[in-house]
Design a binder for this molecule. Structure first.
Ligand SMILES: [Ca+2]
Ligand SMILES: [Ca+2]
Ligand SMILES: [Ca+2]
Ligand SMILES: [Ca+2]
Length: 246
């Protein structure tokens, strides 16, 4: 895993092993969609997607430099902030669709309870996006645009994504997010490489929600926490905040 992708105080959750991810509230921290990640410095819950989550579709997975990723999510009542760093040795965007262009595919469903098999199911939203292709809503009753920035960092060999999804693009307008809420979620990062262009495989979390058929029952769970950044009952994050202040 590229060391630069993981914050110093990270609590890592291996996407191959976990069915849920704790989403902390942003609390008083201002977050901006600008591909500057200072605003994430206290967000230490990290979902790590590595080779154990790889599924091939004609391509190969060589190592973590070929394809690996880290995802972080923070909530506020009106929506979700997401940061995704995909380490990928070669950025190749020669196809017609995000999934052929090292792009991302994501499913999100704010309805409570177990999701029925089959798609469309009336509650799951699918979004595709990529550096060459922009943001593309695919399916869902409330689909709409995220605020998103994404770019290729050739020096770091990273595809970097920072975005904000207002609640009205995945749930009834006026829904307020809060601690204790659960949101079903899945994401994959596709790989296209020289000599194996197109959608040749992917890493992710809840992959088969999105690929090899659409299976919303494969979604994983975002568990929204009462805890917010910089304020913690046991003072742990407050301590980290003090240590990180310059
Ligand atoms: Ca930012
Ligand atoms: Ca590859
Ligand atoms: Ca690659
Ligand atoms: Ca690639």
């Amino acid at each position: 895993m590229a060391v630069g992708s993981i914050p110093a105080l990270a609590v890592e959750h291996d996407a191959a092993d976990v069915g849920s991810y704790p989403v902390v509230g942003r609390g008083p921290i201002e977050m901006d969609i600008d591909l500057e990640f200072d605003d994430w410095r206290l967000a230490n819950e990290v979902l790590v997607m590595g080779g154990d989550t790889w599924e091939p579709l004609g391509g190969t997975w060589d190592d973590e430099d070929d394809l690996s990723g880290t995802l972080q999510i923070v909530w506020e009542p009106e929506g979700l902030f997401l940061k995704l760093i995909v380490t990928d040795d070669e950025f190749v965007a020669e196809g017609g669709n995000p999934w052929e262009n090292d792009g991302i595919q994501m499913a999100i469903d704010a309805s409570a309870g177990e999701l029925p098999a089959g798609f469309p199911n009336g509650t799951t939203h699918l979004y595709n996006f990529g550096i060459a292709d922009g943001w593309q809503p695919e399916a869902g009753d409330f689909q709409g645009d995220a605020e998103i920035m994404m770019e290729r960092d050739d020096a770091a060999t990273e595809n970097q994504f920072e975005w904000y999804m207002p609640v009205e693009i995945f749930a009834d307008k006026g829904t307020e997010l809060g601690g204790g809420m659960e949101i079903a979620f899945a994401i994959i990062a596709n790989d296209s490489d020289p000599g194996a262009e197109g959608q040749t495989g992917w890493i992710g979390w809840g992959n088969q929600t999105i690929v090899f058929g659409k299976n919303p029952e494969e979604m994983q769970t975002l568990e929204l926490q009462d805890q917010v950044l910089a304020v913690d009952a046991v003072g742990k994050l407050a301590t980290a905040w003090g240590a990180l202040r310059r």
